[in-house]
Write a protein that binds this ligand. Structure first.
Ligand code: FAD
Length: 504
């Protein structure tokens, strides 16, 4: 056993840095180790990253953060899923909802019953998959409620996440962390010192000459990847052959009268545009491929589509899809953009920060930095990134669009074998196989596979054990119960107004 970690240095004060600081303060407890965060006002943060997935609630719960307090502090709103507009073909849209669809039978999964209904010609025009999702129904009507706890209630199948202002969230976490003993240093790091024998990082030096020493370094320095990439030269696996978008332009606009409880991802000529509705403004962006669109054209297209006055100068961002081969090397663990980047199509980056933190806590080292622990951390991190990557590629690859050079490129590009196998399995009998720790659930894969126009040729034979009349009745009853449960829910704006006035 090595000596315990006495000083942990977090390099970077963006969402990744402050989430890491807060979690460490909560889990390590005061007095066990000194936690110091270094950030540079001169460099600033990436300043985007405002849509999340439901697991963010676990993170807030871990810190004991009250939801009302959180929504007020971050101008947040609720999110029931993502609407994908024009992805399959122009004029088409579907929702990837959080939560589950329908109800499983004893013998077969719900979606197998739905496939049987459709394939045996028992379905009506109302039998869209979306009719069996409480989250989709509520989102389409602009309504919101939390899930019912009683698992027999139709609204127990709801699930939700948040949209929030990234800068306000980082500020909120900073205050939370500093109150619990996290130390903060401001200044740009100009050099990094390593031990000549072990290669471990020993200290970082700020522009004013201040030297900050540590036992463990968490690299949250964003795309720069100051410690893992620039200092330790950990190789970067480039995935742009599968995910061709490499630029984004972002601009906020005034909030509309309606605040939809979902993110919009609208396919465009050379990528896609996002709309993230917050209480005080709407976040907009265009993620595009620089091989197919110039920066000026992307900016002009974004400004022409935001439907209101921009509230700031558009910000241009460059990136490459991919990840560092190992997220943990020597005594440096990279969390956030420093470990890799997957475009925000499914709002996964903040989640990857969160799982990176959980994994660091699971394998928290002493000063031996045991190799088996590092290996396990790196294997799990890599697998998680690879899974998310496949899910994102599905949106581009499974499309009927071929109206622009960009979409023709997506149609013709290769895809990873792991994704090809998943699609093939689904096409056959609608089966979705995922491994235990995979982020996206069967329901998520189902919504996107079907939404992107992939319909299986067959279904699970066990779904045939239910007589057709009974199945039709059961499905009609299910749809009716969901519609009746969603109709009286309050508009999302009313729920937010209650929080603003201190209720909720
Ligand atoms: P940053 O915010 O870049 O922070 C880096 C920190 O390191 C800063 O404090 C900086 O000052 C510091 N630093 C760097 N170099 C030095 C140095 N030399 N000395 C001292 N300090 C230094 N994620 C989602 O989950 N949902 C989304 O909707 C979403 N949308 C996105 C849209 C776009 C276009 C992009 C590019 C990303 C998006 N993300 C999204 C990702 C999300 O923004 C990031 O995961 C998140 O903000 C974390 O960033 P970070 O903290 O790793 O890096």
């Amino acid at each position: 056993m090595g000596d315990p970690i006495r000083t942990a240095v977090i390099v970077g004060g963006g969402t990744a840095g402050w989430m890491t600081a807060a979690a460490m303060a909560r889990l390590l407890g005061r007095g066990r180790a000194t936690i110091r965060l270094v950030e540079s006002d001169a460099i600033g943060t990436v300043g985007v990253g405002e849509a999340t997935i439901p697991a963010i609630r676990d993170f807030n719960a871990l810190l004991g953060i009250d939801e009302g307090d959180f929504l007020r502090a971050t101008q947040g709103s609720f999110k029931l899923g993502i609407e994908f507009v024009d992805w399959l073909r122009p004029g088409h849209s579907y929702l990837h909802p959080f939560g589950t669809h329908g109800r499983d039978a004893q013998t077969a999964r719900f979606h197998q019953l739905w496939l049987k209904l459709v394939q045996d010609g028992l379905a009506t025009a109302d039998d869209d998959l979306a009719a069996y999702s409480a989250s989709t129904l509520a989102a389409r009507q602009g309504r919101f409620a939390r899930p019912e706890l009683n698992s027999n209630h139709p609204l127990s199948t709801l699930n939700y996440a948040f949209h929030f202002d990234a800068a306000l969230y980082a500020r909120y976490l900073r205050q939370w962390s500093e109150q619990r003993g996290v130390l903060r240093s401001e200044g740009t790091i100009t050099s990094v010192a390593r031990d000549g024998t072990s290669g471990l990082v020993r200290s970082v030096t700020l522009v004013d000459g201040q030297v900050i020493e540590g036992d463990l370094f968490v690299d949250c320095s964003g795309f720069r990847s100051l410690l893992l990439g620039e200092t330790l030269h950990e190789p970067f696996e480039d995935w742009s052959a599968w995910l061709p978008c490499d630029r984004a332009v972002a601009v906020p606009s005034a909030a509309g009268d309606r605040i939809p409880p979902y993110t919009q991802a609208i396919a465009d000529a050379a990528g896609w545009r996002w709309r993230i509705p917050l209480q005080h403004r709407t976040g907009n962006g265009y993620v595009y491929s620089s091989a197919h669109l110039s920066d000026d054209a992307a900016r002009a297209r974004l400004l022409a589509t935001i439907g209101g006055e921009p509230q700031a100068e558009p910000r241009q961002l460059r990136f490459t899809a991919g990840r560092r081969r190992h997220a943990w090397s020597h005594n440096v663990v990279a969390i956030g953009l420093s470990s890799g980047f997957l475009e925000p199509l499914e709002s996964t980056s903040i989640h990857l920060i969160q799982t990176g933190i959980s994994r660091l806590m699971l394998f928290f080292p002493d000063q031996d930095f045991a190799m088996p622990d590092r290996d396990a951390f790196n294997r799990q991190t890599a697998r998680e990134y690879d899974d998310v990557r496949d899910f994102l590629i599905l949106h581009y690859k499974a499309t009927e669009r071929c109206d622009t050079a960009f979409w023709r490129h997506c149609r013709d590009m290769p895809m990873p074998d792991s994704l090809a196998r998943k699609i093939e399995l689904f096409r056959s009998r609608g089966r979705i196989v995922r491994h235990q720790e995979e982020l996206f659930s069967e329901d998520s894969w189902l919504a996107v596979l079907v939404g992107q126009g992939i319909m299986p040729a067959g279904h699970d034979p066990l779904a045939d054990t239910i007589p057709p009349d009974a199945l039709r009745q059961q499905m009609t009853a299910l749809r009716g119960a969901l519609q009746r449960a969603v109709a009286p829910l309050p508009p999302h704006e009313d729920v937010l107004a209650r929080y603003r006035s201190g209720g909720g």
